[in-house]
Every structure is written in C-alpha cells, then in structure tokens.
Design a protein. Structure first.
Lengths: 95, 115
C-alpha cells in the first residue's frame, strides 16, 4: 500500500468521519491528487483526488451500490466541495 | 418521482435505451479517466450503449446526481436499473459478475466470459 504520507487536513477529516461512522477494521486513505496535477478539478495544494479502502462489518449484507451510498453520505460535505474525485473500495470482513 | 423536468428527461433516456452511460465526454472522446474506464469495459464486453455527455448539459450533470442518489459521474444504467459508477463497474467486470449481469438482463455480450 502506498500509504506513506501523513494525512493532510482533508484526509484527517475523512478519517475521523469514516472511523466514527463505521468503526472500520481497515481504513486506507490515499491522496492521489499528485497524479492529477493540472487536470480539471485539481488544486495546487492537493487533497482533491482520493482513493479510500474501507473494511467494516457495517457493510455486511449490503449491495455494492448501497455500501458506496453509505460512505458517500458520510462524506457528503467533502464531496460537495473539496473532493473532485473519489475512488472507493468498500468491503465487509468476510469478503 | 419528482416533478423536476430534468428527472423526466433522465427517466425517458433510461426507459428508452437498454444500456445508458451518463459520462463526461463522449464514448469516442471521454473527458475523464473514470468515464473512460467504463467505456473501455463496455467496449471489451461488446455491449452497445448510449453515452450521455453531462459536460454538454449542466442540468443533466447535476440532475442525474440527485436522480440516482449518487454524487459522481459516470453512472451506468441497465434496463432502468442503476448499476453503479466506475469502481463498481470495474469490480464487477474483474470478478466476471458484469458479464453474467448483462446476460441475465438479456443484453447481448459479444466477448467470451473472462477466465
């Protein structure tokens, strides 16, 4: 996992919200903004493009669409503003 | 359903076409990597679809997000059912589920099932 850099302020907020909402067994938040520098929606200070991998028992029994919707709902504020692109891998511990 | 006129336009698109992809750019010239990925998956499977460029229609661009309760583009609909965005389409393709899903929906798939 290329989870090396410390969280920026946006990633920290994302981590706090997802941790509170889902008590995940695993949570990786990767800022991929550098890969998109100069693209539409990219910001000079980064933290615009994220990839999130989250594993939580809270997602048991839910369809893929419903899992993503739960995560998107928790991050609605960020998705409406700061986040330009979000790639999600949402699983339950049995998968 | 709401009386939002954009919702009616979106509904008529997904009623009138078996496979509809709301995307940034066109199937020939996608303007976003996520949209491009879904176009590639559909092309590999040989599934015919209608691409709707949300960049050329701001009402659809915002409207489809609330219509689907989904905050991002692209969005794939099959026989009126919301399938998901890029991550879900890619996951389903890689696991072979997407191929089976199209078959179950009676959508012609020209590619053989992936090993």
């Amino acid at each position: 996992m290329p989870q090396t850099a410390p969280d920026g302020p946006v990633a920290s907020a994302i981590r706090a919200k997802l941790t509170a909402a889902f008590a995940p067994q695993r949570l990786a938040i990767v800022d991929e903004s550098r890969l998109h520098a100069g693209h539409a929606g990219a910001r000079e200070d980064g933290e615009s493009h994220f990839r999130i991998e989250i594993v939580s028992a809270a997602f048991r029994g839910l369809s893929r669409v419903e899992r993503h919707r739960r995560v998107n709902a928790v991050l609605a504020e960020e998705l409406a503003g700061r986040i330009h692109a979000l790639s999600l891998d949402v699983r339950d511990p049995d998968a | 359903m709401s009386d939002n006129p954009v919702f009616q336009r979106i509904q008529s698109e997904i009623d009138g076409n078996d496979v509809v992809l709301f995307m940034k750019g066109t199937p020939v010239f996608p303007q976003c990597g996520f949209s491009s990925t879904v176009v590639q998956v559909l092309s590999i499977l040989g599934v015919k679809f209608k691409g709707i460029d949300v960049l050329s229609d701001g009402d659809i661009r915002e409207g489809v997000k609330s219509f689907s309760n989904w905050p991002t583009i692209p969005q794939l609909y099959v026989k009126g059912e919301f399938v998901g965005g890029c991550d879900i389409v890619r996951e389903m393709y890689q696991s072979g589920e997407l191929h089976d899903f199209f078959a179950q929906k009676g959508i012609a798939v020209s590619a053989p099932q992936a090993e």
